[in-house]
Design a protein around this ligand. Structure first.
Ligand code: GTP
Ligand code: SPV
Ligand code: MN
Length: 581
């Protein structure tokens, strides 16, 4: 029940369409969560993990055919097809609504319909936005409670300012043939049917905080981005905040909670967010960022004491695991965790390495942000944190250097628009194929990329003190297929260079593709990497880059008339400079 009449009427109309046994308004209270957990343990939706080693931790097996985002079933339904752009699948809004109406008709019979009010961002921040997700999945409710500010306080905010995004979700029959993730940005509405997994079902995350929010951000003059937010504190106690966009499963969570290497005495890294960043121009001409989320939905495989000890430390209590394996004594297990031995795989079968990995490659943990040892108190700051640098990056085996800085804001927008990365298990489909993924937003931009790049250019014009823009690549490989850069905590060395560049404390080499570290520019003390490797990591292969730039030009031209001319001239300048190099 609510005093907001529009919300009440919408809930009533959804209930009469979906015909649940009961309608339940979520309060977000601990007692409610305890009740839902008990019910899910009873129904088998959750499995209790070892409560001595992992108090409050549970495991969920999703349907084996429902383990990742489904980009081919995700649609942006704008009245004009060109507003969705070549970067999105489009469906006519009326047609999409009719299709979804049919699917939702009676789909909650025998089920409870949960009404989940949530706030994306600190509850008292003017930059935050609210939504309501209606769902028939208790697992979704439990996840939304960790991932957002969910329940009474969010409802109070909605009743106060009257604004909310409407998200309707049903797991349906979990039939991939009857699965759609529909977005109606013009109506601030999301409809998702047939999946119970991650970004398909937790509608506050990718659907609201990226696809709908990016659309809103364009009309309102801000940016909604697939970025982590991290504070880097130097020994003098100064903190610089960095926002970084890497595609799914390309290292955001890891960078967001990095522990500096031994030799970095006095340096600290503070985590504000690991996946989504909303940035607003501030009165001081800087960009100010909030993390709209309250939790992590992070990739489990590869999370170990050598790679991400902060993550490991927060996962031993009050965590929901999805599609990981288990040890014989009921502890969660995944590839790369530690030297314990899995007994069961991610489908609950006896583990047999000949049959499957123990954990699904896209298995995940859901945990509150506050549990992170490097949690930043600024994560609750209503005005957000000021951003000193924006970093783009992808998984590139070849060509792309360890780090480069843009020559200007517009060139930085080109660096973002030119991003490409090898695909990962975060979405269904082939893994390891290089694809263009501008700003790591290919699956998440709620409108035409050409308009989005223009919006980025406009924001740059509007702010007097813009962050510097960089591009990084932790994933270069040698001829034997090994990673050339140690990555993980050693990425701190690149963050240091970035901050020094922002402060004007270190010189850079100007090249056709951007500004690179001088050969001794990156602090390598205490690191076992040979000089040739570093030279390779910072080498600009002019011929190969000319080919890459031609490909980028062809890609960008696919956006036709709406492509910002300023972006094309930036690119043509790089091509000309490469020709002279
Ligand atoms: P999403 O949650 O899907 O958006 O992913 P993410 O960008 O947060 O990626 P995450 O940090 O979870 O890392 C994904 C995978 O990349 C994990 O298996 C990591 O171990 C691996 N990874 C992260 N950082 C590095 C790095 O610096 N070097 C190497 N080689 N691998 C890394
Ligand atoms: C991603 O794929 O980028 C994720 C996981 O962060 S999901 O929430 O499933 O989108
Ligand atoms: Mn993500």
């Amino acid at each position: 029940m609510t005093s907001n009449q529009q919300l009440q009427e919408w809930v009533n109309s959804v209930a009469s369409l979906t015909r649940p046994d009961q309608v339940y308004w979520c309060s977000g209270e601990q007692s409610e969560n305890d009740r839902l957990t008990a019910q899910m343990l009873e129904s088998g939706e959750l499995i209790e993990l070892n409560q001595d080693t992992h108090p409050g931790c549970y495991l969920h097996h999703s349907d084996p055919g429902d383990v990742a985002r489904v980009e081919h079933l995700t649609f942006i339904c704008t009245s004009d097809r060109d507003d969705a752009g070549p970067n999105n699948h489009w469906m006519d809004p009326d047609q999409a609504k009719a299709k979804m109406q049919e699917l939702f008709d009676g789909c909650m019979q025998g089920r409870t319909m949960y009404v989940v009010p949530y706030c994306m961002g600190p509850i008292d921040s003017p930059l935050s936005r609210c939504g309501v997700e209606i769902t028939d999945s208790a697992y979704v409710v439990a996840n939304m409670r960790l991932m957002t500010r969910m329940g009474n306080e969010a409802l109070a905010r909605i009743e106060n300012d009257g604004l909310f995004v409407r998200g309707l979700h049903s797991i349906g029959e979990l039939d991939p043939e009857r699965r759609f993730i529909m977005h109606f940005p013009e109506d601030l509405m999301i409809q998702s049917y047939g999946s119970g997994y991650g970004g398909n079902a937790l509608l506050g995350k990718k659907c609201h905080a990226l696809r709908i929010a990016s659309y809103q951000a364009r009309t309102e003059g801000w940016l909604a981005e697939h970025m982590l937010i991290v504070g880097v504190e130097n020994p003098q106690g100064e903190i610089h905040y960095i926002a970084a966009a890497f595609p799914s499963a390309c290292g955001k969570t890891n960078l967001a909670m990095l522990i500096p290497p031994e030799t970095y005495k006095g340096w600290k890294v503070w985590t504000v967010g690991d996946d989504i960043c909303w940035m607003h121009p501030g009165e001081d001409g800087r960009l100010w960022a909030i993390n709209p989320e309250a939790g992590f939905f992070g990739v489990a495989p590869g999370t170990g004491s050598g790679t991400n000890p902060n993550a490991l430390a927060m996962l031993n209590h009050d965590t929901i695991f999805t599609n990981v394996g288990q040890t014989a004594d009921g502890q969660p297990w995944w590839e790369g965790k530690d030297d314990s031995i899995p007994a069961k795989d991610w489908q609950g079968r006896d583990f047999d390495p000949a049959v499957s990995k123990a954990a699904h490659p896209n298995s995940r943990f859901t945990v509150a942000l506050r549990q992170c040892p490097s949690y930043s108190e600024q994560a609750e700051a209503p005005r957000g944190v000021p951003i000193s640098a924006i970093v783009f990056g992808g998984r590139r085996e070849r060509l792309v250097p360890l780090v480069q800085e843009s020559k200007s804001w517009a060139h930085g927008v080109l660096l973002g628009a030119s991003m490409a990365s090898e695909t990962t298990a975060a979405a269904t489909g082939a893994v390891g194929v290089v694809r263009r993924d501008p700003m790591a937003m290919k699956p998440f931009c709620g409108y035409n990329f050409a308009d989005y790049w223009q919006h980025w250019l406009d924001i740059g014009e509007q702010i007097s003190n813009p962050p510097a823009i960089f591009h990084v690549n932790w994933f270069r490989k040698d001829d034997e297929g090994g990673f050339m850069w140690p990555g993980f905590c050693e990425n701190m060395r690149v963050l240091e260079w970035i901050i020094k560049r922002c402060k004007g404390e270190v010189d850079a080499l100007e090249t056709a593709i951007g500004k690179l570290p001088l050969i001794d520019g990156i602090n390598l003390s205490g690191l076992q990497v040979n000089a040739d490797t570093i030279r390779d990591l910072l080498h600009v292969d002019t011929g190969a880059w000319s080919t890459e730039m031609d490909e980028i030009l062809t890609y960008l031209q696919g956006y036709g008339d709406r492509l910002p001319p300023a972006l094309v001239s930036e690119l043509k300048q790089v091509i000309a400079d490469l020709g002279q190099a």
